[in-house]
Write a protein that binds this ligand. Structure first.
Ligand code: PLP
Length: 418
């Protein structure tokens, strides 16, 4: 066997990702080690996935114990872990409803889109309003829903019935609602789009419009949900009261890296059609692996740890501390810091590359991400000009200080190596 991992990738793994030149071998907490022995601070957490950091003993034990008992049965049968995780999630979000489990964020959104289609079928409505710069996954429905042209190029014809509107523009939404409109789907905090927050009055207005026109309000909380903002419900970090969605999708942080996704549907009554959460009935939706007992055991351990260790409050406090430290850098290279809990975006100035005299042809976000990586810090680019910090929710101040220190050094004129 070839001992050069990169060479094996080049020969045998499809080139669908713009990968960084790093082969990671192991992790512990917010640190990872590469095959060639380098240590890095990981403030990407696998793109907001490893909420409790790498190799967390509680999660490792939960996965190992369950794997020793039962891994998979298919959804032809019940398992205790799936039932208990569903109950736990409904309890944590404090909204009556039911859950469908799948394996990823794209699949969770696919389910919400099918829910909307089924809901609208009685009145011959199928159009879903989504937003510019959004990201909803890489399936055909996911890229059709996504408000970014780059994910769609070359894959026409896309799924019919999506419009992409400017976020925080209620008039645009009002004008777009027509006789075929059935739902509004949005990320309350856009992640891939650069940590862009919906405004409280926008979310409240969307709920009112949905009520007035009998539309479903669907939140994609794949990245911002389940604790990342310091609340189980990402949107509640923006608008604490009065906005309840009809559906929510999750994945990423739900099981610390063990593949698991899901979507919640509310229990509101559709009169003759029963509760909304029973609309997708037997045979209408499914997946072989979704919610298997190991994934659900991992999910239960993650949610239990966040709850018992008070990590929501810790996330809110750590996020404030971190965002303040970033703003205090006062770097002329930074245009803005946008933050909610531990979902933090740092937008670079338009002439970032000119200012640092970089000859790198890639967008500024990739240039800075690579510079930080070379200096021992992993972050995630978001769009052309923003980098994201998505550290584990149990991050400690010393690690935040270390990350800010690396950023400060990289942004400081004397330390630049381009
Ligand atoms: N929705 C949002 C908001 C996301 O950030 C992502 C992934 O980045 C997805 C959906 C797709 O999730 P997955 O990659 O697990 O399919």
């Amino acid at each position: 066997m070839n001992t050069d991992t990169r060479a094996l990738y080049d020969q045998f793994v499809m080139p669908t990702y713009g990968r960084f030149d790093l082969t990671i071998e192991r992790g512990a907490g917010c640190r990872v080690w590469t095959e060639d022995g380098r240590e890095l601070i990981d403030f990407g957490a696998g793109i907001a996935v490893c909420s409790l950091g790498h190799a967390h003993p509680r999660i490792t034990t939960a996965i190992a114990d369950q794997a020793a008992k039962l891994v998979h049965t298919s959804n032809l049968y019940r398992t205790r872990q799936q039932a208990v995780l569903a109950e736990k999630l409904v309890g944590l979000i404090e909204l009556p409803g039911k859950i469908f489990f799948c394996n990823s964020g794209a699949e969770a959104n696919e389910g919400l889109i099918k829910l909307a289609r089924k809901f609208g079928s009685a009145t011959e409505r199928h159009e879903i309003l989504t937003f510019k710069n959004s990201f909803h996954g890489r399936t055909m429905a996911g890229i059709s829903a996504t408000g970014q042209d780059k994910v769609k190029a070359g894959f026409a014809p896309l799924l019919d019935g999506f419009q992409h509107l400017p976020i925080n523009d209620l008039d645009a939404v009002r004008a777009a609602i027509g006789p075929k409109t059935v739902a509004i789907l949005l990320e309350p905090i856009q992640g891939e789009g650069g940590i862009r927050l919906a405004k409280p009055e926008f979310l409240t207005g969307l709920r009112e419009l949905c009520d007035a026109h009998n539309l479903l309000l669907l939140f994609d909380e794949v990245q911002c949900g389940l604790g990342r903002t310091g609340d189980w419900r990402g949107w509640k970090s923006i608008v604490p009261q009065g906005v309840e969605p009809d559906g929510i999708s999750w994945a990423k942080g739900i099981a610390n890296g063990f593949p698991l996704g899901g979507f919640w549907v509310g229990a509101r009554s559709l009169d003759d059609r029963g509760p909304l959460c029973d609309l997708l009935g037997p045979g209408m939706h499914g997946t072989t692996y979704g919610g298997n007992s190991v994934a659900c055991a991992a999910g239960l351990a993650v949610l239990g740890e966040i709850e018992e260790k008070g990590l929501l409050a810790h996330t809110r406090e750590s996020g404030k501390y971190f965002a303040e430290a970033l703003r205090a850098l006062n770097s002329p290279l930074v245009a803005e810091v946008r933050a909610l809990g531990l979902m933090i975006g740092l937008e670079l100035v338009a002439d970032f590359k000119e200012q640092i005299a970089s000859t790198d042809a890639r967008p500024p976000s990739l240039v800075l991400t690579t510079l930080l990586m070379d200096n021992g810090l992993l972050v995630i680019p978001a769009g052309e000009k923003t980098i994201r910090f998505l550290p584990p929710l149990n991050i400690e101040r010393a690690d935040i200080d270390a990350a800010v220190g690396i950023l400060a050094r990289v942004l400081a004129p004397a330390a630049r190596t381009t």
